[in-house]
Design a protein around this ligand. Structure first.
Ligand SMILES: [Zn+2]
Length: 114
């Protein structure tokens, strides 16, 4: 095997290896071992779809409201849009806080060897 094909093989094998670092699910916050690079969600089937369904639902709401606000020039809709965005930001921050609690408890368990 020459140097170029050996380098290519090594790169493919490295890219194909599962990451060896534990991660925390972007939706539920629970720890998991990823089976591939860039895996953001635990293997539980609902986490990935829940995350993307929430994004799609929020996008649809935003689209409808923005079209009505701009198309009909109705007063108060921009304020309503800001209120909805603030609610979502609050929800996301609360979810992040809950994930932090899970992550810290898990790391504490690992340190204490349980
Ligand atoms: Zn999850």
């Amino acid at each position: 095997m020459n140097a170029i094909s050996r380098m290519t093989t090594e790169r493919i094998l490295t890219r194909g290896d599962a990451p060896r670092e534990r991660r925390y699910c972007k939706e539920c916050g629970n720890p998991f071992w990823p089976s591939r690079h860039g895996q953001d969600f635990c293997p539980k089937s609902t986490c990935r779809s829940t995350f993307h369904q929430r994004r799609a639902s929020r996008g649809t709401q935003l689209y409808d409201l923005a079209m009505e606000w701009r198309g009909k020039r109705r007063k108060g809709l921009f304020t309503e849009l800001c209120r909805i965005l603030d609610d979502w930001l609050y929800e996301d921050r609360e979810r992040a806080k809950a994930h932090k609690v899970i992550r810290e408890a898990h790391r504490r368990q690992l340190r204490e060897g349980r």
